[in-house]
Structures are given as structure tokens and as C-alpha cells.
Design a binder for this molecule. Structure first.
Ligand SMILES: C=C(O[C@@H]1C=C(C(=O)O)C=C[C@H]1O)C(=O)O
Length: 364
């Protein structure tokens, strides 16, 4: 019986694949038409905008709402993410710079957000990602901004003070770290463990318990740590799946992060303002005068209007000793009338207020 059944099922799958193929091609032709219409309606000297993050967020959301299984919502959205990425590449392949080298979590975040049909460019430091975007060499940049275990990524926050950037999206990634070794590593003689400082911090308790006397060496990225281990017999690296497979390392211990829900949030930076989708977040930088009650004054308009603050971070302003700026994220779009009112109220009290951007809440 089963041979016959299998055969029939495979015939059905082949027929379905032919339909899926035709539908994807039809969709891609539609995207090409979109490009044609956009080009035809350009004003003199106007640059076409092909990538629409707000539209993509809506497409993915609808896919998740309509999905009836058996594939899970996230899985289905991931497939559509890639289809859209390929369709957009027909209109215009996006250029995306990220905190490299290849194999970093930031690269994984970039692929999760934009899909794989982009031209990606690894940069050696967060600041270089900002500069690459500012110079117009790429359309977007991807940088880590906060980790659920270790808190803010200060380099990123400080870079916002130095560059005029628009935040156009966010993505969250579960971060799993492994202890990795190379072919030549003598696993009972490990005397050094390489990783990025953030990752060493995210695995501090595990390291204290398992390798209390081994030197922890902070390097520029997890991928760099994996690369170093390849040529050494007495060292190990802490890094994720991408770096492990890129450098052919094996896992001596898996998922060694101290908190099982360890996640990092990444931001997409560029120069494109994103219109509202109805489910957005806004990031601002505010500096207040150094007087009693300043922080209270800043927060009152949010409270009075029932606006959900998702994050508040303080950093030195870099323009005077013991003066600070606040990075605030909240739910809503800066074009919503309610949010507009709140921002006006704050700017009356603030020394400076800058809207870094409004963008769709992470869908995936
Ligand atoms: C097709 C368009 O362009 C791009 C491709 C999209 C898609 O494949 O669904 C969606 C938004 C844009 O990034 C569009 O503007 O609708």
C-alpha cells in the first residue's frame, strides 16, 4: 500500500510545486510592474523609493494572521520574507552594511530583517556602519542596540549623537552561545577563551562554574574569536551557530548563555522616513537642563497620554561634564496626533529633542 500512496502524494506535491512556482513568478512580475509605475510617476530629479518597510511589515503581519497551519506563523512569515526580498531585488537590490565580520549575530539579524537577496557589507566597527550609511555607500545599516541580559550597546547609542540617522526598523534575535573548539584544540588544556565582551558577560556565570581559572580575552567580535581559535591548540571561543559553521568549529558545550531568554535587539538605520503602519515604535533623544525634577517633567506627558514607554537609557551628553541625554523608545508614530502633542510638550521643556525615527514594531 505505502509505495502506491507515496507515489500519489509525490505526484500531488509536484503539481502543487508547479502552481507555487507559477504564483511566485506572477508575484515577481507584479513587483517589476510596481517598479515600472514608480519610475513612470517620478518628478524631475526625484529618486525612486523601492523599499517600503511599512508595506513589508503589513504583508508579513497579514500572512501571520491568515495562516491556518500546519506551518507555524513565524515559519510562514520567514518564507514570505525571502519571497519579498527576492521580489524587491528585481526592483532594486538593497545594499546593507552590518557590524561584521561575516558570521556575527548582526549579520543574522540583517538577514532576518531584509531576507537574503541583499548585497551585504561587513564593517569592522559600529561607528563604521554609521559612516557607511551617512556616506550613501549603502541603503541601510544594521547595528545591535540592546541585550536582554547585558543592557545597552553604548557604542551604538553614542554613534546616534554623532550622526544624523533615521531608524527605519528593528529586529529581535534569540542569542545562543556555544563553547567552540577547533580540530587541533587539546580540550583538557584550554587556557584562553575568546569572545566579544558582551558575550563573555552573557555567559559569566557559566564560565565561573566551568572555567573559573581560564583567561577570558575580549576581541572585536564573536566571529573574530572563532577565527583565532582555528589556529591555536589551547584556546576556545564563545560564539553562535553562524560563526561555528563559518570557521568549521565544533561545540564543546551548547547554549551556555546564563539566561535562556537571552535576546538582542538590532536597529536598521538609513535616511528614509517610514510612514505609519498602525503598530509602530518611535525612538527619540532628549537633553534636559540640569535642574531638579527634569526627568519627571520629561516623563509626565507620556504618562498623561497613556503612552507606553518601552525603554529609557541615559548617556553622557559629550558636550559638558555631568550632563546627560536620554534615549527613549515608546509605542506610536511621531505623525500620530497624540504623539505629536506629547513631543511638542516635551520640546517646550527640553534643551534639545531629536526624533531618531518611527518604524514598524518587529514582526518576526
Ligand atoms: C512591491 C513593492 O516594493 C517592494 C516589494 C514588496 C513585496 O515584494 O511585497 C513590498 C514592499 C517593497 O519593499 C511595493 O512597493 O509594493
Amino acid at each position: 500500500m505505502s509505495e502506491q500512496e507515496l507515489k500519489a502524494l509525490r505526484v500531488r506535491i509536484d503539481a502543487l510545486d508547479a502552481k507555487v512556482l507559477e504564483l511566485i513568478s506572477e508575484r515577481a512580475r507584479c513587483a517589476q510592474e510596481v517598479a515600472r509605475v514608480k519610475m513612470a510617476s517620478l518628478a524631475e530629479g526625484e529618486v525612486p523609493v523601492f523599499y517600503r518597510p511599512e508595506r513589508e511589515a503589513q504583508v508579513l503581519k497579514r500572512v501571520m494572521e491568515r495562516n491556518q497551519g500546519p506551518l507555524g506563523n513565524e515559519e510562514m512569515a520567514r518564507l514570505f520574507r525571502e519571497i519579498m526580498s527576492s521580489c524587491l531585488a528585481l526592483e532594486q537590490p538593497l545594499k546593507v552594511a552590518y557590524l561584521g565580520p561575516e558570521g556575527t549575530f548582526t549579520q543574522a539579524a540583517a538577514m532576518k530583517h531584509f531576507g537574503h537577496a541583499v548585497i551585504s557589507k561587513p564593517m569592522a566597527a559600529i561607528d563604521e556602519v554609521f559612516r557607511e550609511v551617512a556616506a550613501g555607500a549603502v541603503n541601510f545599516g544594521v547595528v545591535p542596540v540592546e541585550n536582554s541580559t547585558e543592557g545597552a550597546v553604548n557604542h551604538t547609542l553614542d554613534s546616534f549623537l554623532e550622526h544624523d540617522m533615521v531608524i527605519c526598523g528593528e529586529v529581535e534575535l534569540r542569542i545562543h552561545h556555544h563553547l567552540l573548539v577547533g580540530e587541533n584544540t587539546k580540550t583538557d588544556s584550554i587556557s584562553r577563551i575568546y569572545s566579544h565582551a558582551q558575550s563573555l558577560a552573557q555567559c559569566r556565570k557559566w564560565l565561573d562554574a566551568h572555567y573559573p581559572n581560564v583567561e577570558r580575552v575580549a576581541v572585536s567580535s564573536n566571529a573574530e574569536a572563532a577565527k583565532r581559535v582555528k589556529g591555536e591548540w589551547n584556546s576556545a571561543a564563545i560564539a553562535g551557530d553562524m560563526a561555528a559553521s563559518l570557521y568549521g568549529l565544533t561545540r564543546l558545550a551548547e547554549k551556555i548563555e546564563d539566561r535562556p531568554d537571552n535576546s538582542t535587539r538590532f536597529l536598521m538605520i538609513g535616511s528614509q522616513e517610514v510612514p505609519p503602519t498602525g503598530d509602530d515604535k518611535t525612538s527619540i533623544i532628549v537633553s534636559m537642563s540640569n535642574k531638579p525634577g527634569a526627568l519627571h517633567e520629561l516623563l509626565v506627558p507620556f504618562h498623561d497620554n497613556g503612552i507606553d514607554l518601552t525603554r529609557i537609557e541615559t548617556r553622557p551628553s559629550r558636550s559638558g561634564k555631568w550632563t546627560y541625554v536620554f534615549f527613549i523608545d515608546f509605542v506610536g508614530h511621531h505623525r500620530d496626533p497624540l504623539i505629536k502633542g506629547v513631543l511638542e510638550k516635551i520640546s517646550q521643556e527640553a534643551v534639545a529633542l531629536k526624533v531618531l525615527g518611527s518604524y514598524p514594531k518587529a514582526v518576526l
